[in-house]
Design a protein around this ligand. Structure first.
Ligand SMILES: Cc1cc2nc3c(=O)[nH]c(=O)nc-3n(C[C@H](O)[C@H](O)[C@H](O)COP(=O)(O)OP(=O)(O)OC[C@H]3O[C@@H](n4cnc5c(N)ncnc54)[C@H](O)[C@@H]3O)c2cc1C
Length: 571
């Protein structure tokens, strides 16, 4: 059962949280070799990365080096000449490359996480045999082409289209924008509207060498500047029938499945970035002296460093929990994956911001790595689904399942007359749930599974799981179907779910480390800190569900929108 869906109904699905998952032995062995090779290849290029960030390009010889290291075949099964890593091990690889340079992670990640993932998830045996070995060697680099100029978050409204020809082939036309690896890819997974009955979207595998395929210039970006981002144009491109991914008209489902499945790549990368920044920030804090002391001695600097540690540990905990769900074959992890993307992207941005602040004026200078980290991490809350849209997704998906249980309840009332046993069974369960929500009696407890050092954290999550269920039920009953347009309420529900799920992952990992002499005590401290801070956030969020300034916020925004700006001057 999806852990987050369970949280929405007040349940802690501890069987899917504990014990904290471990890496496969096979992955452990491969990883040791790969991580070492990555460090040897990337470490000497530290100054090149700075230069390539300014120039805005990775040289072809460098990309060849990535090929030679096997970094394009990380998650392709061994039978297709790949390395066959699990998602957990793959995320660990991207965390290592990100310690050196984010653009490198993006080049590899856009290929594996989204570019060719569709073939792994939905490809026919023939498509796999035809493309995967060449994708594994990096002979083919892949890119994911969903975004159109007029359709970003609202991906279902893309205008790129494909018409079916009498011979079964397709003619594809349209322009995709901001495609990562757009300028270096040989194979594109392209989403286009097709004339199925409902005008639905289909997914196509398109080779860059085919007539009519071209890409635009390298975009001049704020961050991840060395990674390739371009438009990709399809001008009457003939796509053979064997290059449709999954069935005609199933493209939107394919796109969403790829993005969900690929989230641990982005998450792993961000975790590596945070670790590199914590190393830099602690060194800087120890070495920089002001007022006769190392700035590390000041509490306001310690506060930032402790915050980074909590954010990094929590990010790591949630990314690898989600990777485990994917690796264990679950098909119900999309809410958890969305939460991991939201939390980790924001944690990485906080870390980059605070690391730069610790470095003071030096942090602002381009000779130091902090400003690049701030620029590079800025994209994380925008691409692969903006965090706003993902928050709505988290809340609405959780509420949808809860709503279904209400529907079941409604039919139970009817059933009381037709089938009393079934009807009373459901109502009995409902009455019990209401009693639990009102009194806490009978709430899910996970104490038996956790060490005493985690008691404070555990009690907070047990209590607030019920609070989420109550809040979710409240907004669903108050707004019914109209809840889809209640974005303030949805954001609050999503924020509760994020704190609870990430907190539960932290708790699980801290429990796994409890017996570890070198890490156990710190892990328990982090879990308790995270829980206490999230408790304060959650209490405020719950209060604001019924007592808030939403109307004033809307009114003020409408005023500014109508005025097209801020219309006053003091003098
Ligand atoms: C560097 C870079 C690399 C990229 N790589 C790829 C790639 O490889 N493949 C690909 O297909 N795409 C890629 N993209 C596109 C990216 O996925 C989109 O930018 C993203 O989906 C957001 O779309 P948009 O930029 O059009 O913003 P919009 O959708 O216009 O959103 C603008 C703002 O409005 C908010 N918003 C939108 N809808 C709602 C709503 N319903 N409720 C509340 N708020 C809302 C958004 O959260 C955002 O803050 C890339 C983009 C960049 C910048």
């Amino acid at each position: 059962m999806s852990v987050v869906k369970a949280l929405f109904s007040g349940r802690i699905a501890s069987e899917n949280l504990l014990p904290y998952p471990q890496l496969r032995e096979k992955d452990r062995e491969s990883l040791a070799l790969i991580l070492d090779a990555i460090d040897q290849f990337l470490e000497p290029r530290r100054h090149d990365f700075q230069r390539w960030d300014r120039d805005g390009a990775q040289p072809a010889e460098f990309i060849q080096g990535l090929r030679d290291l096997g970094l394009f075949g990380l998650i392709i099964p061994e039978e297709f000449a790949g390395i066959g890593l699990s998602n957990a091990a793959y995320a660990r690889v991207l965390s290592q490359t990100s310690r050196h340079d984010s653009s490198v992670s993006l080049t590899i990640g856009a290929h594996s996480s989204i570019g060719m993932k569709g073939i792994l998830l939905f490809g026919t045996a023939e498509q796999k045999a035809r493309y995967l070995p060449r994708l594994a060697s990096g002979e083919l680099i892949a890119a994911f082409c969903l975004t159109d100029a007029g359709a970003g978050s609202d991906a279902a409204s893309i205008r790129t289209h494909a018409e079916k020809n009498p011979d079964g082939s397709w003619t594809l036309s349209g322009e995709k924008i901001w495609i990562t690896n757009g300028g270096i890819a040989d194979l594109y997974t392209v989403f286009a509207r097709t004339p199925t009955a409902a005008g639905k979207i289909s997914a196509f595998l398109v080779e860059s060498r085919w007539p009519g395929v071209s890409h635009g210039k390298h975009e001049d970006k704020m961050g991840i500047r060395a990674s390739s981002t371009t438009t990709v144009t399809f001008d009457g491109v003939r796509v053979p029938p064997e290059n449709v991914l999954d069935a005609d008209g199933k493209g939107f489902k394919v796109a969403m499945a790829i993005l969900n499945n690929g989230r641990t790549g982005l998450g792993g990368g961000a975790v590596g970035g945070m670790k590199a920044l914590i190393e830099l920030a602690t060194a800087q804090a120890n070495e920089r002296r002001q007022f006769g002391r190392a700035i590390a001695e000041f509490d306001l600097i310690k506060e930032k460093i402790a915050g980074m540690m909590v954010d990094c540990f929590a990010s790591e905990s949630v990314v690898w929990m989600v990777a485990h769900y994917i690796d264990s074959g679950s098909d119900d992890y999309s809410i958890e994956a969305a939460i991991s993307k939201i939390f980790v992207s924001e944690a990485m941005q906080r870390t980059a911001y605070e690391a730069l602040q610790i470095a003071g004026g030096s942090g602002f200078m381009r000779d130091y790595p902090y400003e690049q980290a701030v620029r590079d991490s800025r994209i994380l809350t925008i691409f692969e689904g903006t965090n706003e849209v993902l928050r709505l997704y988290v809340a609405l998906s959780g509420l949808r399942d809860l709503g279904r249980s209400f529907a079941e309840l409604r039919s139970a009332l009817d059933d009381i007359f037709n089938n009393p046993i079934k009807g009373f069974g459901i109502l009995g369960g409902y009455a019990e749930k209401r009693l639990t929500q009102a009194t806490g009696i009978g709430r899910d407890r996970i104490s038996a599974l956790l060490p005493a050092s985690l008691r404070t954290a555990r009690e907070i999550y047990e209590k607030y799981t019920l609070e989420l269920a109550k809040a979710a039920e409240y907004v669903l009953r108050r707004y019914g179907k109209g809840v889809a347009d209640r974005q303030f309420e949805l954001k609050r529900i999503a924020d509760l779910a994020i704190d609870l799920f990430v907190g539960a992952c932290v708790l699980s990992r801290a429990a796994a480390l409890a017996g570890d002499a070198s890490k156990g005590a710190q892990a328990a401290t982090i879990a308790t800190l995270f829980a206490q801070r999230s408790k304060r956030r959650m209490a405020g969020t719950i209060r604001r569900i019924t007592r808030n300034e939403d109307d004033s916020v809307r009114m003020l925004a409408d005023f500014a929108l109508a005025e097209r700006g801020y219309p006053w001057d003091v003098v």
